[in-house]
Design a protein around this ligand. Structure first.
Ligand code: PA5
Length: 374
């Protein structure tokens, strides 16, 4: 699947610590199990969403004029994933991460609010803005205030199972967006995309799970090489959402800074930043998400960009997307990162589930933990 160099010295020093016993000792929130069950989530999430949305009217009348998906973090990423799977859709599609809706949203816009907890203030703000415009937001949540709003306003609701981390629920949170687009008659054949993704992800799980020995396990190999490096993840075309997912999974599971960017844009600015200052760039480790079924112009750029940067950075790995249809290609690119981030957490001695810094900030904003310093 990828071109991986030999593991670095730091990685070798920790060999033997990524086995199921180490997972059982550190992974108190069962993050590995949740990630391992992505195929099952995709199947259950799609079935559940189709049942909830079939026959529902998502706009008051006529043809929708656009689609807006509102969410943050682990709930928003599904919006990006589905955004990569809808080429040819006849109306604009936008993922909103913030408090405000775009000016163009009208009663004819399909608004989809995704919040795993149901209590994310930015997402709730978007719903509050959508209602007076005459929209009927589709609510995707495990409960909280979003579920209560859906009940109060009789909004279409896709209820997802609780008890997981939002980022570990991507199968439950993304498939309802595709199902909503189908219900609005904006997308066709999404069931085929889901079916292929289920197969491809199940196959990958068999290669990346903790039971698979280190030398045969690409995610373990990459995690060892990322140790004490700064991960930089590049995507192009359908792998851009996967690059974002890699970055946020590394941030939240392994609690490491990580960044992502996309081609072709980065060739017009970021590339210049890699030319100097070896003290900084020498700790960067590049992860390139290649899509063999993608645009040849983008693939060529990825190869050239890699060749320019390789001598300057600590290491580089290329991951090749699998599958034919976009959903499988996006999710397969992201899935290697899901497992890599979990293994990197183990190497750093971190339980991957808690996100203390994020919870602390939310509590402070809710007025429970002191005031802002400015
Ligand atoms: O992964 C996480 O925990 C976060 O990125 C959350 O998804 C984000 O803070 C939004 O919360 P929710 O998904 O509950 O709307």
């Amino acid at each position: 699947m990828s071109a991986v160099d030999a593991p670095g010295a730091e990685g070798r020093a920790l060999r033997g610590e990524l086995d199921p016993a180490r997972v059982a000792a550190l992974d108190t929130g069962s993050e590995f199990e949740a990630v391992a069950r992505l195929s099952e989530q995709l199947e259950a999430g799609y079935t559940r969403a189709v049942a909830a949305l079939t026959g529902k009217r998502l706009v008051p009348s006529g043809r929708p004029d656009g689609v807006v998906v509102c969410g943050m973090g682990g709930s928003a990423i599904g919006g990006d994933v589905i955004g990569a799977c809808i080429s040819g859709m006849p109306v604009p599609y936008q993922v909103v991460r913030g408090y405000e809706l775009p000016a163009w949203v009208s009663e004819a816009t399909v608004v989809i609010a995704v919040s795993y907890s149901g209590n994310t203030e930015e997402t709730l703000s978007c719903v509050a803005r959508a209602l007076p415009r005459g929209c009927r937001p589709v609510c995707v949540t495990s409960g909280g205030r979003l579920a209560a709003l859906a009940a109060r306003h009789d909004l279409p609701l896709v209820a997802v199972p609780g008890g997981l981390q939002p980022r570990a629920s991507i199968g439950f949170l993304s498939t309802p967006i595709g199902a909503a687009l189908e219900a609005a008659d904006l997308l066709h054949g999404f069931d085929e995309q889901v079916a292929e993704a289920i197969e491809v992800i199940a196959e990958l799980r068999g290669e990346l799970a903790p039971e698979v020995a280190d030398d045969d396990n690409e995610a373990k190999t990459i995690a060892r090489r990322l140790l004490n490096c700064l991960p930089i993840v590049y995507g192009a075309g359908v792998t851009v959402p996967a690059a974002r997912r890699w970055k946020s999974q590394l941030n939240e599971n392994a609690e490491t800074p990580a960044f992502f960017n996309e081609l072709p844009e980065l060739d017009h600015n970021e590339l210049a930043g890699w030319a100097t200052n070896p003290g900084v760039v020498g700790r960067a480790f590049l992860v390139l998400l290649d899509d063999p079924a993608g645009d040849e112009r983008l693939r060529r750029r990825l190869a050239f960009t890699a060749s320019i940067m390789q001598p300057r950075v600590a290491g580089l790995v290329r991951i090749a997307a699998r599958g034919v249809l976009p959903l499988a290609r996006v999710l397969s690119s992201a899935y290697v990162g899901d497992f890599t981030s979990l293994y990197l957490a183990l190497l750093y001695g971190i339980d991957p589930a808690p996100v203390v810094a994020i919870e602390d900030l939310k509590a402070r904003l809710a007025g429970e933990g002191g005031s802002a310093p400015f």
